[in-house]
Write a protein that binds this ligand. Structure first.
Ligand SMILES: Cc1ncc(COP(=O)(O)O)c(C=O)c1O
Length: 416
C-alpha cells in the first residue's frame, strides 16, 4: 500500500541547492535595525527584498501602535470575529479603512491570503469567473474553492478576456478578478481595459490591491485611484503585510457585500481574528499613509532610479512600473547563484522560480523602501553590476541605450 507521506520523503529539491551553497529560502534574519539593513547569518546586508514599501515596519509610531493595542487588548483575540474575537479596535480599523478608501464598508481578516480566499463565497455554480493567469496564488485558490466556472485569460491580454466574456452564458453572473499590481513582476493590470470590458459584459470587478494600497494614487488609494477608476472597481482586497507594516487583510466595497462576506466567507468565519498588535500597527500605519504622502513619492523615485540604473547596466526589468523590480534571469540555477552572490556582495533580494514564476523564467525580485538612502541604492546597483557581469547575465560593458521606465506616480503630488 502507498503511504501518502512517500512524496515528501522522496522530495529533495532543496538538497542540491543547499550543498552548492545557493539555497535562497528560509534564511533567518537576526537583526532588523531600521529595516533597510538587516543581519542575516551574522552578516549585515542591505534589505532589497522586503515589501515594506513605505519603511514603516520599524517606525516608532507603528511599533507604539502595536504595543498600545497589546496593552489594552492582550496578545490575541482567542477566537473568530463572528463569535468572540471582535474588539472595538477591529471596528475602528474597518471604519477608518472605509473612509480612507471611500467605500461603504470594510472588513479586516487575519491575513491577505485568507482575505482573498473569502471571495470563494461569491462564486456560485451559476457564475463565471475570469482570472488573469498571473494572479496571486490566493486568488487562484479562491477560485478553486468556489463553484463558479473558471476562465483564465492570458496575462494582461484584453482581447483574450473579451473573447472569453463573449463566449460565456449571457445569463451567468460574471466576475473579473485580477491583481492590480502583479506580485512577482510588479506590472500594473490594464484596469481601463478591464473596466471597459466589465461594463460591456455586465461583469463585476474585484481587484487585489495588495501591493498598491498606501503606495499608488495621489492619496495612496492604490491602482484604482492611480487610474481614476475607483467607481469601476466593485470590490477591493488588500493586505497589511506590505505598505501597512503589519499582518492581515482587508475587503472594501458595498455594505451588503461586506456584510455577506463577514457572515459567509469561510476563511473569515473559521479563523481567529487579527491580533490586537496587528490591528494597532495597521491603524498607526494608516495614520502615516494619510499624513505623509512624501513617503510614496520617495519610494517611487527610488524605484525609478533602481529600474533605470539596472537597465543602464543591461538588465531586463520587465514591465514593472512599481517598487517591485524584477530582474529577469531565465535559468533557475543561474538565478539561485545570482541570489547567493548578491547576498555575498551585501544585498538581500528574493529569487523567484516556479511555481511563483513560470518555468524557465526565473528572476531576482528586488524591492525598495522609502527609507533606503541614495547611498544604499548605489551599493545595490554596484552589487548587481559586479555579480551580473561575473555570471554573464549582463554584458561586460553597458549597452549604448535603454528604454527608461515610467514609474506609476501621479502626475502631480496632491496635498492631503
Ligand atoms: C497580490 C497579493 N495578494 C495577496 C497576498 C497575501 O497577502 P498576505 O501576505 O497578507 O497573506 C500577497 C502577498 O504576498 C500578494 O502579493
Amino acid at each position: 500500500m502507498k503511504d501518502v507521506f512517500d512524496k515528501c520523503r522522496s522530495w529533495d529539491r532543496d538538497r542540491p541547492l543547499k550543498e552548492a551553497g545557493i539555497y535562497p529560502f528560509n534564511h533567518p534574519i537576526t537583526e532588523v535595525g531600521e529595516g533597510t539593513e538587516v543581519v542575516v547569518e551574522g552578516r549585515r546586508v542591505i534589505m532589497a527584498g522586503s515589501n515594506d514599501y513605505l519603511g514603516l515596519s520599524t517606525d516608532p509610531r507603528v511599533k507604539a501602535g502595536a504595543i498600545r493595542a497589546v496593552e489594552r487588548f492582550g496578545a490575541t483575540c482567542s477566537g473568530s470575529r463572528l463569535l468572540n474575537g471582535t474588539r472595538s479596535l477591529h471596528e475602528e480599523l474597518e471604519h477608518r479603512l472605509a473612509v480612507f478608501l471611500r467605500r461603504e464598508a470594510a472588513l479586516v481578516v487575519s491575513t491577505g491570503f485568507q482575505t482573498n480566499l473569502a471571495l470563494a463565497a461569491l462564486l456560485g455554480p451559476h457564475d463565471v469567473v475570469f482570472a488573469d493567469r498571473h494572479n496571486h496564488a490566493s486568488l487562484v485558490d479562491a477560485v478553486l474553492l468556489g463553484s463558479a466556472a473558471h476562465r483564465r485569460y492570458r496575462h494582461g491580454d484584453m482581447a483574450h478576456l473579451e473573447r472569453l466574456l463573449t463566449a460565456a452564458d449571457p445569463a451567468a453572473g460574471k466576475l473579473i478578478i485580477t491583481d492590480s499590481v502583479f506580485s512577482v513582476e510588479g506590472d500594473l493590470c490594464d484596469l481601463p481595459g478591464v473596466a471597459k470590458l466589465a461594463a460591456e459584459h455586465g461583469a463585476r470587478v474585484v481587484l487585489d490591491c495588495a501591493h498598491d494600497l498606501g503606495l499608488l494614487g495621489a492619496h495612496g488609494r492604490g491602482a484604482p485611484e492611480h487610474y481614476g477608476l475607483e467607481a469601476e472597481v466593485d470590490l477591493v482586497t488588500g493586505t497589511f503585510s506590505k505598505s501597512f507594516a503589519s499582518l492581515g487583510g482587508l475587503l472594501a466595497g458595498p455594505a451588503d457585500i461586506i456584510n455577506y462576506l463577514r457572515h459567509v466567507g469561510r476563511s473569515v468565519l473559521f479563523s481567529a481574528a487579527m491580533t490586537p498588535a496587528a490591528v494597532g500597527a495597521a491603524l498607526a500605519a494608516l495614520d502615516v499613509v494619510e499624513r505623509e504622502p512624501e513617503r510614496r513619492w520617495r519610494v517611487l523615485d527610488l524605484a525609478e532610479e533602481a529600474h533605470n540604473g539596472l537597465r543602464a547596466l543591461g538588465f531586463d526589468t520587465g514591465r514593472s512600473a512599481t517598487p517591485v523590480v524584477p530582474v529577469r534571469v531565465g535559468d533557475e540555477t543561474l538565478c539561485f547563484r545570482f541570489w547567493a552572490e548578491l547576498l555575498a556582495a551585501g544585498v538581500f533580494t528574493n529569487a523567484f522560480t516556479a511555481p511563483a514564476a513560470p518555468g524557465g523564467a526565473a528572476l531576482i525580485r528586488a524591492s525598495f523602501t522609502a527609507t533606503h538612502t541614495d547611498a544604499q541604492l548605489d551599493r545595490v546597483l554596484d552589487a548587481f553590476a559586479t555579480v551580473g557581469r561575473r555570471l554573464g547575465i549582463i554584458p561586460p560593458a553597458p549597452p549604448t541605450g535603454y528604454d527608461p521606465v515610467r514609474i506609476a506616480r501621479p502626475a502631480l503630488p496632491v496635498p492631503a
